[in-house]
Design a protein around this ligand. Sequence first.
Ligand SMILES: [Zn+2]
Ligand SMILES: [Zn+2]
Length: 488
Amino acid sequence: MLENGEIPDEYTLTTVLKACSRLGKIREGSMIHGFLITSGFPCSGKAAIAGSLIDLYVKCGNLAGAQRVFNQIGEKNVISWSALILGYAQEGNLAEAIELFKQLQNNSKQVDGFVLSSMMGVFADFALVEQGKQMHAYAVKVPSGSEISVSNSIVDMYLKCGLLDEAERLFNEMPARNVVSWTVMITGYGKHGIGKEAIRLFDQMQSNNIEPDGVTYLATPSACSHSGLTKEGEEYFSQLCRNRWVKPGIEHYACMVDLLGRDGRLKEAKDLIENMPLKPNVGIWQTLLSACRVHGNLQLGKEVGQNLLTLDGENPVNYVMISNIYAEAGYWKEYEQVREMAKAKGLRKEAGRSWVEIDKVVHFFYGGDDTHPMIDKIHRVLKEMERRMKEKMGYVHGVKFALRDIDEESKVESLRVHSEKLAIGLALCHGGWDEARVIRVFKNLRICGDCHDFIKCLSKIVKVVFVVRDANRFHQFKDGLCSCRDYW
Ligand SMILES: [Zn+2]
Ligand SMILES: [Zn+2]
């Protein structure tokens, strides 16, 4: 077209740019951008083109480029704002995303439902309850805030931030609900370990003539699983198998493996995997492997571990899981071998990261992190807590969880620096521990057995209630007990 000396119009350019961004063709896209600049095309004056350029740069992970285009636009529309805001949010640069969102509000632009629920989703994932609340307050003031998808995202945000009462209240006040609304709530009950409520809601949903979909059929049995309601969970699964419209997928089978595994029915779980009409994936074997670990079945664990490595020998999580099962059984030589295999392949697992919000500021910690300005005080508080726990309850670190065959003293040290403990330590530094209050901590991975023990004991000697959201579920520690009843 260009060779023929024709100048493409705005519509053609937008279409081509969209295609580039969909296909991740950053080079081709920037060539078009370059062509537009050299030919003197008024990019910044054409909202649609500017929007597609921003979208292109965001999708290709070039936020600096997106920001540059954005800055040049004279008349910014909601589409270009949202593309940039979500770009920052998805990259984990929340401060920038929030700042831009504030500017957008100040520009008195009408924010649409899509941006609202996407932003809410980001706050939910990072459990940023203060920002979520502010967004909620904003949503009730704009027309798009009354869209069902926005209400669903707000309920979801409160659930993921651990504010169950708030979520329930909103859910009950919703003027209209769809299958997503019900499913969000059922999922939330499941993650909080309130299986009975999830079941009640599932039944209520059906009597309201709302058909459950595949996600609901996953949320309900998994809520049963988290609450130890094995029989009920099995019933919902067979209900799904009889359903004419929804077919069970691998995730539903994985949920059943989890349910049976928790119940100690490892052989049945293995049979289910081997006889299901779908090809087993990594996730389903991992589920069975962690059940083997919990029930200390090294024999089956080794077999499952072998399957996992055949299926995906490049996944660091598999090596960690297999080495853990050896470590907990005290087979340190095998443990080292598996670790060496992973090391030789250059595999590293995702770093554990926890965070806690204090006075509207979010503090992130990595395991062994010593970069926080209050780190010395945090360690002092944690040591003091350990001393009291030892004195009052005879608490000793469950050193088997350290998963390292080294002397006791350094085991204790490496356990003390797990990221969730550091986050709790910081929260204890602020506001003390003699007052009845709730400390909420969030973690990207599964909480380890020792931290779980530690927080349980801690909740016995202080008045604080601890709510920890890990990769799997919520744990509410109160008076020396956890809501997961030690199975997670
Ligand atoms: Zn830990
Ligand atoms: Zn727990």
